[in-house]
Design a protein around this ligand. Structure first.
Ligand code: ZN
Length: 161
């Protein structure tokens, strides 16, 4: 079976940046996603379309096909006293928040000085070329429930949300 819309594809992968740092990798049982539901980055989904179990791919996905390019307008300076525990705010910290449209976003502390901090609302991987070394473990038809939910469930049909 080939990866196509409404199939569940399970992959083993290792993700590295252009410096060779490992950013992420699948767990022992692989990572399953619903193909065609935009649950993964476009460059990865497109590269997997039409592939079958056993395929091994090395991909280099540019930011435009991954988490987008950086937008400097998404960097803001805010007063340090807007934070509950300003003494604990350090560069590199990340906070989970929601965008104005309700999407989950990650805010990264870019810089801290005596009374203000610079926050960066770009996705942490914006501007990065993502290098995937992956193997397709399985491709199967999605269940109606998975299609309705827009994501894959594991073999026991429990939820991964
Ligand atoms: Zn579900």
């Amino acid at each position: 079976m080939q990866a196509a819309n409404n199939t569940v594809v399970t992959i083993n992968y290792m993700l590295t940046d252009d410096q060779g740092n490992i950013l992420d990798r699948s767990t022992e049982n692989g990572f399953a996603y619903l193909h065609g539901a935009h649950d993964i980055i476009p460059g990865l989904e497109n590269a997997l379309t039409g592939r079958s179990a056993g395929a091994e791919l090395k991909l280099s996905i540019p930011p435009e096909e991954a988490y987008g390019t950086r937008d400097e307008k998404l960097t803001q300076v805010v007063a340090l006293d807007a934070f509950d525990s300003p003494e604990k705010v350090e560069p590199g910290q990340q906070f989970h928040a929601q965008s104005e449209s309700g999407k989950p976003i990650v805010i990264t502390v870019a810089a801290v000085n005596s009374n203000e901090i610079t926050i960066d609302c770009n996705h942490p991987l914006a501007g990065e070329t993502l290098n995937f070394d992956l193997t397709i473990l399985d491709v199967r038809p999605a269940t109606e429930e998975e299609i309705a939910h827009g994501h894959a469930h594991d073999a026991n049909h429990t939820h991964h949300h």
